[in-house]
Design a protein around this ligand. Structure first.
Ligand SMILES: [Zn+2]
Ligand SMILES: [Zn+2]
Length: 277
């Protein structure tokens, strides 16, 4: 597999990937990263820094883990950017990549192709748009994003499908559910046949706490800016009807293999009690 397989990665002249959030810009990056300048992210004290795939390839690789018989998680190692993971979900009707990474290497392309490639990429919110155009070109597939976050796409691609409304139905019963909250277009992915009794992949539309006994929803996690109760109730209303037992978040410890529905409902109830008193 040579450079022509991953044509968009090799742009040594462009340092167009934000070092802090991992967003890739179409060509030469701007002076500042609007994603990091936003209240939901941050610019580190050391200032704005840019990198490229070529530079990343000198030190980074993608580590794969098997979460379930039909679900893998993928992380950049050593960690880079926000350090989120993506999930590869194997389905009879075609595989889905949930969320995305700001790097891609040939070993990962080969592994995903050995599992049947990708039929679609779906991304929870703009912090994980990262290298989506490169991934979509590599796997010749669409990227599903919610229309409400269109302004945050920094690396435009004809492969992006913007959907509107409360959900986008995919295949095998899988649905992208719009929750809003963290971003106007934040979403989660419901996979009813994965795990014991349905799984929810939440990015940080829902934030699974370190104890895995509590789930938070916030406007900004790094800057700790809360959401109004009305938005919390909306998120709760979107998730409550779903059949789910397990929940997987954006970071490697965020696995709730069983009882996720109860933990979610308890967490939302606690918010409601606190806000109403
Ligand atoms: Zn950034
Ligand atoms: Zn985020």
């Amino acid at each position: 597999m040579q450079g022509d397989t991953l044509p968009l990665i090799s742009h040594p002249e462009f340092k167009n990937i934000c070092h802090t959030c991992g967003t890739r810009y179409a060509q030469q990056a701007p002076e500042n990263c609007p994603v990091c300048d936003d209240q939901r992210q941050y610019v580190p004290a050391s200032g704005q820094k840019w990198t490229s795939c070529d530079e990343l390839s000198k030190t980074k690789s993608i580590r794969l883990g098997k979460l379930l018989p039909d679900v893998y998680d993928l992380r950049i190692s050593p960690a880079f950017g926000i350090a989120q993971r993506a999930h590869l979900i194997l389905l009879p009707g075609g595989n889905i990549l949930w969320d995305c990474l700001p790097y891609l290497d040939e070993a990962t392309v080969a592994f995903i192709r050995s599992k049947g490639g990708l039929k679609a990429i779906a991304i929870s919110h703009p912090h994980y748009y990262s290298l989506m155009a490169v991934w979509a070109d590599t796997f010749d597939c669409p990227v599903y994003l919610h229309q409400a976050d269109k302004e945050w796409v920094m690396d435009k691609s004809e492969r992006i499908v913007f959907f509107e409304g409360h959900k986008q139905v995919l295949w095998d019963g899988v649905e992208i559910i719009h929750t809003g909250g963290h971003f106007a277009g934040s979403t989660v992915l419901h996979v009813p046949q994965t795990g014991d009794n349905g799984s929810l992949f939440v990015g940080d539309s829902l934030q699974i706490a370190q104890s895995r006994q509590f789930i938070s929803v916030m406007y900004s996690y790094p800057n700790q800016i809360p959401l109004p109760l009305m938005e919390i109730l909306h998120i709760s209303g979107q998730i409550s009807p779903l059949k789910l037992n397990s929940m997987y978040g954006a970071f490697e410890w965020q696995n709730i293999p069983t009882g996720a529905k109860e933990i979610f409902e308890r967490s939302m109830k606690r918010y409601e009690e606190i806000y109403r008193h």
